[in-house]
Design a binder for this molecule. Structure first.
Ligand SMILES: N[C@@H](CCC(=O)N[C@@H](CS)C(=O)NCC(=O)O)C(=O)O
Length: 198
């Protein structure tokens, strides 16, 4: 999702192939054997298969909203390591039968408090305008909130909750969320950004 957000913001035209994880296309596994999404195949044959790298690839070429204008590394790193770890343990405890997942929610909330404080101070995570950190991190907070919406809403984190709602109600989010048809070999290409499901 965050790779799509950044590509959309950059205005770069890419072909989109929607897949399901339990039935990964052979071609995808050929170009990126680790089998995670997103995967971006460039016209020169290079492959970028980490979402943050795809975001940077897109925005380094075209960044009309100046999303790259700030220091984003520390917060994104905190999200991608510590928060993601606790999110996965909270959301999918069955995947970690040998680990104690009972504190994952609380550990994640400690990080959410940091984010809430930053948003209170700045307006957004890093500054008074949306930057790369916001669009790189909010999809993970959305996932966390969706595990148990009432539990999330009951947290004393009003700035974070408002920030999440604003992102979920944004034109940007709506633009990247249409349900794309699953890709199969031989399909006409879908050009992400100008796709209209109607
Ligand atoms: N660090 C990677 C993580 C990507 C990742 O784990 N993606 C999940 C889906 S959100 C996936 O593809 N999982 C593989 C699977 O479930 O088979 C990135 O951000 O690109």
């Amino acid at each position: 999702m965050r790779a799509r957000l950044a590509i959309y913001c950059s205005g770069i035209n890419v072909e989109l192939r929607e897949i399901i994880l339990r039935d990964k296309p052979k071609h995808m596994l050929e170009i990126s054997p680790k089998g995670t999404v997103p995967v971006l195949l460039l016209s020169n044959g290079d492959v970028i298969d980490e979402s943050l790298d795809i975001m940077l690839w897109a925005l380094n070429q075209s960044d009309p909203k100046s999303l790259l204008s700030s220091q984003y590394e520390d917060l994104i790193k905190l999200n991608d390591t510590n928060f993601k770890y606790n999110l996965d343990h909270y959301k999918y405890p069955n995947r970690y039968p040998d680990e104690d997942c009972s504190n994952a929610f609380e550990h994640a909330v400690e990080i959410l408090k940091i984010l809430n404080n930053e948003i209170e101070k700045n307006g957004y995570l890093i500054s008074d305008k949306q930057t790369l950190a916001d669009i790189a991190i909010f999809p993970f907070i959305r996932q966390f909130a969706h595990v148990d919406k009432e539990r999330f809403s009951a947290l004393p984190l009003p700035h974070l909750q408002k920030w999440l709602d604003a992102h979920l109600n944004s034109e940007l989010f709506k633009a990247i969320m249409p349900k794309f048809p699953l890709w199969k070999d031989g399909d006409e290409p879908i050009h992400f950004g100008s796709y209209n499901p109607a």
